[in-house]
Unconditional design. Structure first.
Length: 396
């Protein structure tokens, strides 16, 4: 690789594929081995020990058993880590650890806090419904304090192992000043769920976060056909997470790793076009009497608006609308749309709409649940004229 770091568009195309030419192939090989031949007992034992304690294999080492290590998964890990690595940071100290789903990735980070004896988590709402539920019910033995971003410093105790936030938040796209929050965390690691922004729009590590997580199921894959989760963090934390993954069995499967890696080259261009479409749609919704409020980063002149263009290079491609007619109108709209698909999830090439209070945020406590008139829209690659026509007929 050249001295100068690649631009995002180049990194998205080439990361994880650096050795393909040298190996005489053009497509990423999928290694489906569940077990790997061992040279001899001595070196096999050493490889096992290294991988089971979170190490990475040196060239020539056996991968031993797929749950410990898979080369196709490792390609995705190094690619996403490169995309999340801030300028000037040693790329060797920024590592990806991939899991079967986004929730498995988040669960591993929380379990690590319990393991190192710091089970108290401070969490800033709103959060993805699954993350909120996992924390609220202490399923992994964590203890949670939910706090507003400005109250995080006061909520931290000596047992606090992690501060958790999302920006933009799900589903109302609230933005958090990551640098300010990281300062408030002091020595406590800050985990940012970067699923909505992706590294194309925002690199939380550059603003002081210690851990980035993704549901790769969303924009990274981008095609609605593969699930995965990935944590990007420093090498010491990544080593502990790999050891935890090896023993709890959360490894991503190699075929999904292949599909997620196949999504990466088009990630910057998908985000750019979907964002342009979302900006167009947000402006159109703002003209409609049926829509009481549009939730989209930068639309409202609050203090978070200035984070668009700095912390986050653009507003992204997810927005939410609150209907004047409340729950009944929202429920009716979902059933009337014909081009836009009524389905949970986001970040794929097609436009999806869903009702957070009834679906993704169903497990969230009443005081933190989104309003019944709110619908979340993940804007896709269709021509906006066709999407607007569908909403127009559905409103009618
Ligand atoms: C979907 C999602 C998750 C969970 O990811 P899965 O891959 O579904 O397990 C976590 N955080 C955010 C922001 C999400 O949108």
């Amino acid at each position: 690789m050249s001295e100068k770091p690649w631009h995002m568009a180049t990194a998205a195309v080439h990361a994880g594929r650096e050795d393909l030419v040298e190996n005489g192939v053009h497509a990423v090989p999928i290694d489906l081995s569940t077990t790997n031949p061992l040279r001899d007992v001595e070196s096999g034992g050493r490889s096992y020990e290294n991988l089971a304690t979170g190490g990475r294999p040196s060239s020539g080492d056996s991968a031993v058993y797929r749950r410990l290590w898979n080369p196709t998964v490792a390609r995705l890990e190094s690619a996403v880590a490169l995309l999340e690595c801030p300028a000037g940071r040693d790329t060797d100290d920024v590592q990806g650890v991939a899991f079967g789903t986004g929730m498995a990735a988040i669960a591993a980070v929380l379990t690590d806090c319990v393991r190192v004896g710091k089970p108290h988590i401070v969490a800033v709402r709103p959060l993805y419904g699954g993350t909120d539920h996992l924390l609220e019910h202490s399923i992994l033995g964590t203890e949670v304090t939910f706090a507003a971003a400005e109250d995080v410093a006061a909520a931290i105790t000596e047992r606090t192992g992690l501060v958790v936030c999302e920006s933009p938040g799900n589903p109302t796209l609230d933005l958090i000043d990551i640098a300010a929050l990281a300062r408030a965390c002091g020595d406590v690691p800050l985990m940012v769920d970067n699923t909505f922004a992706t590294p194309v729009l925002q690199k939380p590590l550059a603003w002081g976060a210690s851990i980035v997580v993704h549901s790769a199921t969303k924009y990274i894959g981008g095609h609605g056909d593969a699930m995965g989760g990935i944590v990007v963090t420093d090498s010491a934390t990544a080593t502990r997470l790999r050891a935890l993954r090896a023993i709890t069995g959360g490894l991503l499967d190699p075929f999904s790793a292949y599909l997620l890696l196949r999504g990466l080259p088009t990630l910057p261009i998908r985000i750019r076009q979907q964002q342009e479409n979302a900006m167009h749609l947000a402006a159109w919704f703002a003209t409609r009497a049926e829509v009481e409020r549009v939730y989209y980063p930068g639309v409202h002149a609050d203090e978070s608006a200035e984070l668009v263009g700095t912390q986050m290079s653009g507003p992204g491609a997810v927005l939410a609308i609150e209907l004047a007619g409340g729950y009944d109108s929202a429920a009716r709209l979902c059933s009337q749309l014909t081009l836009v698909t009524h389905a949970v999830s986001l970040g794929g090439f097609d436009t999806l709409i869903q009702h957070p209070a009834a679906l993704t945020h169903r497990p969230v406590a009443a005081e933190a649940k989104p309003g019944g008139g709110i619908l979340r829209i993940s804007v896709g690659l269709e021509h906006t004229d066709d999407v607007i026509a569908d909403f127009t007929q559905a409103f009618a």
